[in-house]
Design a protein around this ligand. Structure first.
Ligand code: SF4
Ligand code: SF4
Length: 92
């Protein structure tokens, strides 16, 4: 029997570079977890960028990152962020 150990779902943190966005909504449409929606605000180009509405749903699939034609969205691993934060706190 294959033992997979304790399988833990990955969690992502979504980062949006608002002023790069051209408001195509691909990231919103294709996100499998409904993490994003289009916002009402305008960026410098006059487009509506997306915003995160369900941060805890992000499973770090990185589909939004891969599909964005403007490289305006990227995802980081939540565990890594937490580890970095812990390191900063423990530094003298
Ligand atoms: S990484 Fe996946 S689940 Fe997270 S926001 Fe992007 S498409 Fe949605
Ligand atoms: S896919 Fe990229 S350009 Fe399109 S709405 Fe999302 S962030 Fe903006």
């Amino acid at each position: 029997m294959i033992y997979f150990g304790e399988l833990k779902e990955k969690k992502g943190i979504v980062n949006i570079i608002k002023d790069r966005c051209k408001g195509c909504s691909f990231c919103v449409e294709y996100c499998p977890r409904d993490v994003l929606e289009m916002s009402e605000e305008f960026n410098v180009k006059g487009y509506h960028p997306p915003r995160v509405i369900n941060p805890d749903n992000c499973c770090y699939c990185q589909l939004c990152e891969a599909i964005c034609p403007e490289f305006a969205i990227f995802v980081t691993l939540r565990e890594e962020e937490e580890r970095e934060r812990e390191k900063e706190i423990s530094r003298p």
